[in-house]
Design a protein around this ligand. Structure first.
Ligand code: ADP
Ligand code: MG
Length: 290
């Protein structure tokens, strides 16, 4: 590309809240075969909210919330913030020995017992029997909720269902990318059921779910090994390696600094549709040079 064309292209982008951090990003964005979107905070608002509580027979909702808040007080995960907001009216249980279990949840000691809090995988790995609540958990996930399970002393106490609204332009972004011949994939640490339901609502038919933070970049690599040029859109700290690995990394402006530092293009308006804008702009810029 001529320096002049690139200057005009990046200038136009900047005026529209699309920051190209390097000239090669403008050229590489024309060649993308696939765009992978992180789910939480990228396709969704990243402002999760507790929408349902389900308790096992002998527990109350307040007991469930008090224990959950006790554990989450030690966490900075967005799900923890949602639980703490919902538990604001109950007295938080005093927890010690907080331990983050990456990609699965957290644990702590409350009243001499170990409390485990997180996804179904965490429960399965710790041999927690979900009993009657197993079907309830599946149903909530099938409805697009993220389900946080809480077990105390090896027994399930209840479920906390959390919802995170999708960004208003996400559907249009997916449609526009597909119309331009770009495949769209959703990538998330969340479970398959929840991810598939949300993907379906957005018109995305390929989902990589239950991906541990350390494995996000490998998913990008796998596609590249198939000869594909891959764009990755993310917001979180755990997206950073995947943003770096991608041929073009797009960071959501409202996301973390680490994501923005790792990306080639920053979407200042946090609008997933700006991925389409970035591709259009780069295609137009390159057309002008020929
Ligand atoms: P993502 O941000 O893509 O959802 P994470 O790797 O942060 O991925 O988390 C994956 C899953 O692990 C979450 O969907 C949730 O079920 C569980 N999890 C992680 N941390 C917590 C936590 N502090 N409290 C409850 N659940 C958690
Ligand atoms: Mg995210």
């Amino acid at each position: 590309a001529t320096p002049m064309a690139i200057m005009v292209g990046t200038g136009l982008g900047a005026m529209n809240g699309i920051l190209f951090k390097n000239a090669s990003a403008l050229e590489d964005a024309t060649k993308l075969d696939v765009i992978i979107f992180d789910k939480t905070g990228t396709l969704t608002m990243g402002q999760p909210e507790v929408v349902d509580l389900v308790t096992a027979d002998d527990a109350s909702e307040d007991q469930l919330l008090a224990a959950a808040a006790g554990v989450e007080a030690g966490s900075d995960h967005p799900l923890a913030q949602a639980i703490l907001r919902r538990a604001a009216s109950v007295e938080t249980a005093k927890a010690t020995g907080f331990l983050n279990i990456e990609g699965k949840g957290a644990q702590a000691e409350i009243g001499g017992k170990t409390v485990l809090l997180g996804n179904k995988r965490l429960m399965t790995e710790n041999k927690i029997d979900l009993g009657e609540l197993g079907a309830k958990s599946e149903a909530l996930q099938g409805a697009g909720r993220t389900v946080v399970h809480l077990a105390r002393g090896g027994r399930l106490v209840g479920l906390i269902a959390i919802a995170d609204a999708v960004r208003p332009t996400a559907i249009e972004a997916v449609k526009a990318l597909r119309a331009r011949g770009v495949e769209v994939i959703m990538l998330t640490g969340d479970n398959q059921g929840t991810a598939e339901r949300i993907a379906k609502g957005l018109g995305i038919d390929r989902v990589f779910a239950d991906v541990l933070p350390g494995d996000k970049a490998s998913k990008v690599k796998e596609l590249q090994a198939q000869g594909k040029k891959v764009g990755m859109v993310g917001d979180g700290v755990n997206d950073a390696p995947a943003l770096t690995q991608a041929d073009v990394g797009f960071a959501i402006g409202a996301g973390t600094d680490v994501a923005m530092e790792s990306a080639d293009i920053v979407l200042m308006k946090s609008d997933p549709f700006d991925v389409v804008g970035a591709i259009e702009l780069s295609r137009a810029t390159l057309r002008k040079m020929h």
